[in-house]
Write a protein that binds this ligand. Structure first.
Ligand code: ADP
Length: 469
């Protein structure tokens, strides 16, 4: 059975997770602080109560002078002790009661005991304190026994009212700090989650706009999160690329229809004129028609080449190739076209062997050379250099032709891109030659650069890594 994921908005989910985490952390911290504090406080009270008892014994002993008890002071000490939850009965050596807490004030003793029980039951759920009595013998400075004292308390740990007040005060402070911490961190959590979710929402809206063809819109949002910022600039970049591709596609449709229409119209006018008897079907006229048909066939062939290249794009058939021989062969085969324009091709080629896809690299040389011839004026020069440099093969194609305008340089490797002015009949490419060149060089993990100046000439520089078998 399919499990359906419940979808939540990102910022709601982030806020919920962060807030639950914060509450958990705050409660854990508060409970730990509280329990550590209570434990320390308990230890302190136990130590304090023990000190009270021994101080009490010392005070009582010091009130015995010249064989007599100072009853006035003993009463003060006893009364004070009752207030601290300590109940004393003082006896002389023959066990006669000299001063007793309960005898002094039963009501007061009961009230204090009741308070202690209340306090302890209130602060400790498992308190089973028992009233215990201990008897200590009393001695004077000459170490003679002068009597005894019975001291009654609720064990060693018991809280008086002010201890409980203090504990409650501390708990209140911890709770307030906990609530404040939670509020502040919840506020920060909301800020953080908005910081993350808002730009994602912006990016997703932008993706929708792009999906509907709005490539010219850009995300104008600054984020202080590196990854989000990168995502935004990637989307902006993507939209730029899509916009460029869309423009190229439009341009391609116009270009192809233009390229096909011109020769077709020519053929049509020639044939119609001949059918209507306006023109004789002379050899020259038929040749002219034939030239247009050849031009059309060339165009269609180039399109077919491109399609073929696309389908075997990733296949490289590496064999050992001699660069010098390969270039020379192609130059000789194209010498005819160069001679027609009285163009001089000068070569300076090192004898380099390398593992390359021979057919594909030949295609690169053919395309670059035919471009150089095509875009060089009559009587110009073309220079081809090939040499080894730092584990790479470098091949330069330099011409003294029409050059490429600066603003067109970044587009010339794009499919179907042609610099407008070059769209003349003699320079009959369809703007895929350099696209193919670049793809082949990329496949060989090399690179191609171009330097060009309008009306001065262009230079294409290929760098191919030398692959040893
Ligand atoms: P095409 O088949 O139209 O020549 P390419 O892809 O080979 O297409 O070249 C794209 C465009 O780059 C050409 O239309 C041309 O304007 C320009 N270009 C290419 N090579 C040269 C060159 N050597 N000199 C001047 N312009 C060039």
């Amino acid at each position: 059975m399919g499990y359906k994921l419940r979808k939540q908005r990102l910022n709601k989910k982030l806020i919920l997770s962060l807030v639950s985490l914060i509450i958990l952390v705050v409660i854990t911290i508060a409970v730990s602080i509280n329990s550590v504090f209570e434990k320390k406080f308990e230890e302190y009270i136990i130590k304090n109560n023990k000190n009270e008892v021994s101080n009490l014994i010392n005070s009582i002993q010091s009130e015995y002078m010249d064989g007599r008890w100072n009853l006035y002071s003993i009463e003060k000490i006893g009364e004070n002790a009752i207030n601290k939850g300590i109940f004393i009965d003082l006896y002389d050596t023959d066990q006669t009661l000299i001063w007793g807490a309960t005898t002094y004030s039963q009501d007061r003793c009961n009230k204090i005991m009741g308070n202690i029980e209340n306090n302890m039951n209130h602060t400790r759920s498992n308190w089973h304190g028992k009233y215990t009595e201990q008897t200590f013998s009393l001695k004077n400075s000459s170490d003679e026994v002068i009597g005894s004292v019975k001291i009654g308390t609720y064990g060693t740990l018991y809280y008086m009212d002010n201890d409980v007040d203090f504990l409650e005060e501390i708990n209140k402070v911890i709770t307030i700090i906990g609530i404040l911490m939670t509020l502040v961190t919840v506020f920060i959590a909301i800020l953080i989650s908005n910081n993350i979710s808002k730009p994602i929402e912006v990016v997703s809206n932008m993706a929708n706009v792009m999906g509907e063809g709005g490539f010219d819109s850009k995300i104008d949002y600054q984020s202080n999160i590196y990854e989000i910022d990168t995502l935004i600039s990637s989307i902006n970049n993507l939209s730029l690329k899509l916009e460029e591709q869309e423009n190229l596609r439009k341009r391609l449709t116009t270009d192809i229809s233009h390229e096909l229409r011109t020769p077709l119209t020519n053929v049509q006018t020639h044939l119609e004129a001949m059918i209507d008897g306006v023109w004789d079907p002379s050899i020259e006229r038929l040749n002219s028609v034939n030239e247009e048909v050849i031009r059309l066939t060339n165009l269609v062939n180039q399109l077919k080449n491109l399609a073929k290249f696309d389908s075997e794009k990733n296949k490289l058939n590496l064999t050992e190739v001699n660069i010098e021989k390969l270039i020379k062969n192609i130059v000789y085969n194209n010498q005819g076209c160069a001679l027609e324009k009285n163009i001089n091709i000068m070569m300076n080629l090192e004898n380099i062997n390398a593992y390359l896809d021979k057919d594909k690299i030949s295609q690169v040389v053919v395309n670059l050379l035919s471009n150089a011839i095509r875009y060089t004026n009559n009587g110009g020069n073309i220079y081809i250099n090939a040499y080894e440099e730092k584990e790479n093969i470098k091949i330069h194609f330099k011409d003294e032709g029409v050059g490429i305008p600066k603003e067109s340089l970044k587009y010339i490797f794009e499919r179907f891109y042609r610099v407008d002015e070059s769209r003349s009949k003699e320079t009959g490419g369809i703007g895929v030659g350099l696209t193919i060149v670049k793809s082949i060089i990329d496949l060989h993990k090399g690179k191609i650069e171009v330097k060009s100046k309008k009306n001065k000439g262009s230079e294409f520089i290929i760098t191919l890594p030398i692959i040893s078998n």
